[in-house]
Design a binder for this molecule. Structure first.
Ligand code: GSH
Ligand code: FE2
Length: 431
């Protein structure tokens, strides 16, 4: 097995033997990236073995499982992160080394350091056929809208900027306002990263959309509205969520008419992002008000389906319903097979890098909560799993902000804002 040097930092190779990991460390490698999905071949050691062998050899380890046809921008971002975070030489491998090199060159093209016309030659000079990278770039150029995901590792949330390449108009979906529950501090790091992206591309924000009132993070909708002037919107059933939580918080002065948003979208209602049409598709189950945004040939499905290796979302919050979730999930799966699906969370099973894009076809082929599962079985497995899950740590913090469209509580006389917690109001306690 030979290593091929790509840059002064990156080497790629075919499947290495875990016995050799220590010698790689001795040769100055500090980081190992495995891009092979589990079970490609019987002889491959697999993620767990490689992770343990890396740790004991003193190598950082990153797991980005991809097949030639399943590479997404999240994988390319993860590869780039593994490269920038490594403080020295990186060895990336798959079966032959080609996929590892493809992830690298795609990152170079996306970040503007390589031209797409240079890709084939770059690979050939190093002994690899990277024509799949060219195909990937061609497919991407043909897709509308352009979608950029921003992963928040604190809450495992994915925020999106969805833009129309023809007009430079965009929407922001499910932005996160940072909150540190231990200190009570708030910050705008996530939202500012989105604003930086928008400014760098000279995009104009037409909509700030939330898919539902989130139970695990504050929405940054109000902050972004103040910064961009764009209107906020959510599904019109949010009024039912407001009524429900108004009772839980004993909050008589809370208006429950949705007036905290600029626009309430009805089921099927359309909106535009430049020349692209979007549509709100009612998707209850996780919450009473959840919506999927179908924008061009992409759908933002948030907390219905996760990535195919992670099943579906929970349906046990107040107002949640497993049967409604089943119906919502199948309404999404009846979209055309090639529809790109963008999920709202990724909980990184087996320590793989975060991922957020799939297609209807992939979900139907491989999601464990879809394949071979009927409605009764889904409700049974969903309810059984939900009964084991603790409440999200920020549910009581987040709802009182998010049912007001992402507004923090008004400051009190001393200028400070305070949250309020009902005691013994929710099921799902830790004992
Ligand atoms: N550990 C997380 C869990 C958050 C959570 O419950 N997320 C919801 C979506 S808002 C979910 O569906 N989780 C699925 C799961 O945990 O299996 C937290 O405390 O914030
Ligand atoms: Fe959620």
């Amino acid at each position: 097995m030979s290593l091929t040097q790509i840059t002064d930092r990156l080497w790629v190779s075919s499947q290495p033997d875990v016995e050799d990991f220590k010698s790689y460390r001795d040769q100055g490698f500090l980081s190992l990236v495995n891009v092979r999905p589990e079970g490609e071949e019987q002889s491959q050691p697999g993620n767990d073995v490689e992770r343990r062998a890396s740790e004991s050899a003193g190598l950082d380890y990153t797991f980005i499982p991809v097949s030639m046809t399943s590479i997404t921008e999240a994988d390319i971002q993860a590869f780039g992160r593994a490269m920038t975070e490594a403080s020295g030489k990186v060895l990336a491998h798959c079966k032959s080394g080609t996929r590892a090199l493809i992830l690298y060159v795609l990152g170079e093209v996306i970040d503007g350091r390589m031209k797409d016309t240079e890709v084939l030659d770059y690979g050939r000079k190093r002994g690899f056929d990277v024509s799949m990278a060219e195909t990937w770039l061609r497919n991407r150029a043909a897709k509308r809208p352009e979608v950029k995901g921003f992963f928040d590792p604190r809450t495992w949330s994915v925020q999106y900027v969805v833009s129309d390449p023809d007009t430079g108009k965009c929407a922001i979906i499910d932005p996160v306002l940072d909150f540190d529950e231990k200190s009570g501090a708030t910050a705008t790091k996530n939202a500012d990263a989105i604003l930086d992206y928008i400014a760098a591309r000279n995009l104009k924000v037409e909509w700030i959309l939330d898919t539902h009132p989130h139970a695990d993070h504050f929405s940054a909708a109000q902050y972004l509205k103040a910064k961009t002037g764009a209107p906020t919107a959510i599904g019109d059933r949010v009024v039912d969520v407001q009524k429900l939580w108004k009772g839980i918080y004993n909050w008589p002065s809370l208006p429950t008419d949705g007036s905290q948003w600029d626009k309430l979208l009805a089921d099927g209602e359309e909106f535009t992002i430049g020349s692209i049409t979007g549509r709100a598709m009612f998707s209850p189950g996780h919450t009473l008000a959840s919506v999927t945004y179908v924008i061009g040939e992409a759908a933002f499905i948030h907390d219905t389906l996760f990535q195919p290796d992670s099943g579906t979302t929970r349906a046990d919050f107040p107002g949640g319903d497993a049967k409604a979730l089943w119906n919502s999930m199948w309404a999404i799966l009846r979209l055309p097979d090639e529809t790109r699906l963008f999920t709202g969370h990724d909980y990184q099973p087996h320590g793989r890098e975060p991922k957020w894009e799939s297609t209807v076809g992939e979900q139907k082929r491989s999601n464990e909560h879809v394949v071979g599962i009927d409605e009764a079985e889904f409700i049974r497995l969903r309810t059984a799993r939900d009964s084991m899950l603790p409440m999200p740590k920020l549910i009581l913090h987040a709802l009182q902000v998010n049912i007001r469209g992402g507004r923090l509580p008004e400051p009190e006389g001393n200028g400070r804002r305070y949250l309020k917690f009902p005691l013994d109001a929710l099921e799902g306690s830790a004992w």
